[in-house]
Design a protein around this ligand. Structure first.
Ligand SMILES: C[S@@+](CC[C@H](N)C(=O)[O-])C[C@H]1O[C@@H](n2cnc3c(N)ncnc32)[C@H](O)[C@@H]1O
Length: 449
C-alpha cells in the first residue's frame, strides 16, 4: 500500500478508493473493484472521510464491514470448518456468474455456470479428483430449467439433452443454445422498435413519464440527497418513517397533477388475470401491440427469439415496488417512497426503456456466446422426465443427434431437481404463460420426482 496516502486521524487509517480496493482484494482473496468500494460509500455502509475530490475510508471500518459479511466464516461456523468453500464459487463476480446467454431471461433457482463447468469439465484441479465427462460425451439434465447445463456442455464440447416439464423453460433453454441469424434478429428488432415508436406517437404516456422523471429528479435531489440522507438515518438524525411519509404525500400531489394534465389512464378495466392486475394500462397497451407484431413474424426462429426478449421486458415492467420485485405483494399505481433506494420512485408507464435495453443486451450476449460455441448438439425437450421417450423426441427434433445417441448412449446425468415448496416454478413465469399461452395445461404440474 502507498504509505504516502495513508493518513492517520484520531487513530483511523485513512485510505483512498484504489488502495481500499487493493487491500480488500487481498484480504478477501477475490477481486474487489473501486466501484464496489464506492458502492459501500454511496449506500452509507462505511463512512466517507476526506472530500468529494478525494474520498477516504477508514481501513478498520472496512475490515469490520467485511468481517461481518464474510460469508465463508459465517457458513463454516454453522456447518463446520471442513466445508468445501471452493464449491461456493464466491470469488466470481455477478457478471461472471451470469455470463453471455445465461442472462437472457430471469429464472429463479438456476445453478451458477461455474458449478456445472466444474463437474462437467474433464480437467482436474487440486479440488477435484475424478473425471465424470469428456469432450464428445452426451450429458442428460432431466430438470433442465433455464438450460445452464446445456450451455456449459456446449462450451466444453459436449452434447446434451435437457428435459423440462414447462414448455416456457424449454423455450428459454433452446433459445440460449441455438445458433441464430443475428443480423436478421437485429433488423427485425429495428423494425419492431420503429413500429412501437409510431404506436406511441398517438399516446401521452411517453411525454408524461419524461415529465414525471424530471419532477422526481428535482424532488429527490432536494429531499433525499445521496449519500447524506441514508447516513442521517443511520445516525438517527432523521426518523425515516415520518420523514418519508410526509414527502411521499407531498410528491403525490405533483404526480396526480401530471396524471390529470396528460390525461393518463392508470389502471386496466379488468382485474381477472395476472396481466390485467400487474401492469398499468399504458404498459399493457404496448405489450399487446408488440405481442401482435411478434405473432405475425413468419420466420419461426426469429419469432421465438423475440418472444423471449418480450417476456424479459414484460417481467421488468410489472407494477411493483423495487423492494418487492422478487415476491410480488400489491400492484403499485402511484409514486411511492422506496426504502431500497432511499427516495421517491415510480412504477413504469412504458416498456420502452427495458425493451431497448434487453434488445441490445440479447444481441450482445448471442455474439459473445457465438465466439465460444462448439460444434455440438444440445436440445431441451418439453415433457415429464419420468415418462418421456427421449430417443423418439430427439429423433423428431434432430435426427443427426439421434444417430449419435443411438451409437454412444448417455454418459451421465447432471441436474438440480426442483426445490419443491421453495420455488413456485409457475408463479415466476405466470405473465409469460398467459401472454404466450404456454401452459399450465391440465396434466402440467411440477412433480416431486
Ligand atoms: C431447480 S430447477 C432446474 C434449474 C436448472 N438447473 C438451471 O440452472 O436453470 C428444476 C426444474 O425441474 C422442472 N421439473 C419439475 N418436475 C419435472 C418433471 N417431472 N419433468 C421434467 N422437469 C421437471 C421444473 O419445471 C424446473 O424448471
Amino acid at each position: 500500500m502507498n504509505q504516502q496516502t495513508l493518513f492517520r486521524e484520531n487513530g483511523k487509517k485513512l485510505i483512498n478508493l484504489k488502495e481500499a480496493s487493493v487491500w480488500a482484494s487481498q484480504y478477501l482473496n477475490r477481486k474487489i473493484t473501486v466501484s464496489n468500494i464506492s458502492y459501500l460509500l454511496q449506500y452509507g455502509r462505511v463512512k466517507k472521510y476526506g472530500n468529494d475530490g478525494e474520498p477516504l475510508i477508514d481501513m478498520n471500518e472496512l475490515k469490520n464491514y467485511y468481517d461481518t459479511y464474510n460469508k465463508e466464516k459465517q457458513w463454516k461456523k454453522i456447518l463446520g470448518a471442513d466445508l468445501n468453500w471452493h464449491l461456493s464459487f464466491a470469488e466470481y463476480k455477478e457478471s461472471e456468474r451470469t455470463k453471455h446467454v445465461h442472462r437472457l431471461h430471469p429464472y429463479k433457482g438456476k445453478f451458477i455456470p461455474q458449478l456445472v463447468e466444474y463437474f462437467l469439465d474433464s480437467h482436474t484441479d487440486e479440488f477435484k479428483k475424478k473425471i465424470y465427462f469428456c469432450k464428445g460425451d452426451i450429458v442428460l439434465d432431466p430438470f433442465c430449467g433455464s438450460g445452464t447445463t446445456l450451455v456449459q456442455a456446449n462450451e466444453l464440447g459436449m452434447h446434451a439433452i435437457g428435459i423440462d416439464i414447462s414448455a416456457f423453460n424449454s423455450l428459454i433453454s433452446n433459445i440460449k443454445v441455438e445458433k441464430h441469424n443475428i443480423p436478421l434478429v437485429e433488423e427485425t428488432i429495428r423494425k419492431l422498435t420503429l413500429k412501437l415508436n409510431n404506436f406511441q406517437k398517438n399516446r401521452n404516456n411517453i411525454a408524461f413519464e419524461e415529465h414525471l422523471l424530471h419532477e422526481l429528479t428535482k424532488f429527490n435531489y432536494k429531499y433525499f440527497p445521496s449519500p447524506e440522507y441514508k447516513r442521517k438515518i443511520k445516525r438517527g438524525e432523521i426518523n425515516e418513517e415520518k420523514y418519508a411519509e410526509e414527502k411521499e404525500k407531498r410528491f403525490l400531489k405533483i404526480y396526480y397533477d401530471l396524471v390529470k394534465k396528460y390525461q393518463i389512464k392508470i389502471k386496466q378495466d379488468r382485474n381477472n388475470t395476472f396481466l390485467d392486475k400487474w401492469f398499468l394500462f399504458p404498459v399493457r397497451e404496448e405489450i399487446d401491440f408488440l405481442l401482435g407484431e411478434i405473432k405475425s413474424i413468419t420466420n419461426n426462429d426469429i419469432k421465438r427469439v423475440l418472444t423471449v426478449i418480450l417476456s424479459r421486458t414484460v417481467r421488468s415492467c410489472r407494477a411493483t415496488t423495487h423492494a418487492d420485485l422478487a415476491t410480488l405483494k400489491q400492484p403499485v399505481t402511484e409514486t411511492y417512497y422506496c426504502k431500497k433506494h432511499g427516495k421517491i420512485c415510480k412504477p413504469l408507464f412504458t416498456i420502452s426503456g427495458w425493451w431497448r435495453r434487453y434488445t441490445i443486451d440479447t444481441l450482445q450476449r448471442f455474439r459473445e456466446f457465438d465466439r465460444l460455441r462448439t460444434d455440438t448438439f444440445q436440445v431441451c425437450l418439453s415433457g415429464d422426465s419420468r415418462t418421456i421417450d427421449i430417443y423418439r423426441e430427439i429423433m423428431k427434433k434432430k435426427p443427426e443427434f439421434a444417430a449419435i445417441l443411438s451409437r454412444q448412449k448417455i454418459r451421465g446425468i447432471f441436474s438440480s431437481p426442483p426445490y419443491v415448496g421453495l420455488i413456485d416454478y409457475h408463479e415466476q413465469h405466470a405473465y409469460a404463460y398467459e401472454l404466450f399461452d404456454v401452459g399450465p395445461k391440465q396434466d402440467f404440474r411440477i412433480s416431486e420426482a
